[in-house]
Design a protein around this ligand. Sequence first.
Ligand SMILES: Cc1cc2nc3c(=O)[nH]c(=O)nc-3n(C[C@H](O)[C@H](O)[C@H](O)COP(=O)(O)O)c2cc1C
Length: 191
Amino acid sequence: MANAALNIVAICGSLRKDSYNRIVMNALPGLAPEGMRIVEAPPFSDFPLYNADAQNTTGFPPAVTALGDAVRAADGVIIVTAEYNFGIPGGLKNALDWLSRVPNQPFAGKPIALQSASPGPLGGGRVQYDLRRAFVFLDALVLNKPEIFIGNCTQRIDDKTGQITDEPTRGFIKQQLSAFAKFIAAHGGKV
Ligand SMILES: Cc1cc2nc3c(=O)[nH]c(=O)nc-3n(C[C@H](O)[C@H](O)[C@H](O)COP(=O)(O)O)c2cc1C
């Protein structure tokens, strides 16, 4: 049987206009295997700070519902994120906290792939393990390997042209996306 199209949504954990992680996210469609369609998820930048009182009085903001619906409808989610202070950037963590409270929690059973870029040598290694821990609680299915940590990213990504200039990095990302397609075929299936 021919591979059915895989609809993937990508979330960038950095809100910065010229973000290296955003450049990586924007490059993903060009590095994806045949049959994998990757689009950016609805934004979380306008989510209010999570507060259970707000949830219980005014309910879920429309932007939260929109992102939750997009995640739920997708065959898989790719998170490309910066690392802040050895952890998850506050905006992204706030988005995960909102989504974790939405009925029919959208990450449950959802295949996830993680990528991170940093000017530092570890490329955001620590934020990925923070995300993995959060996704355990959310019952998501996080791809184990290959891992994508783009260290020393200023030498591999040109923020003037918005391109990943380092060919091995492009190759590693291609390998991960192919592995992600197989992972979804083996373990995915929308719930
Ligand atoms: C608040 C803050 C905390 C940071 N903490 C880390 C860190 O823990 N590890 C790291 O590798 N880089 C850290 N950095 C540097 C970021 O990796 C760098 O700013 C990077 O460009 C952010 O990703 P972006 O280009 O996608 O916005 C931090 C930057 C900021 C602004």
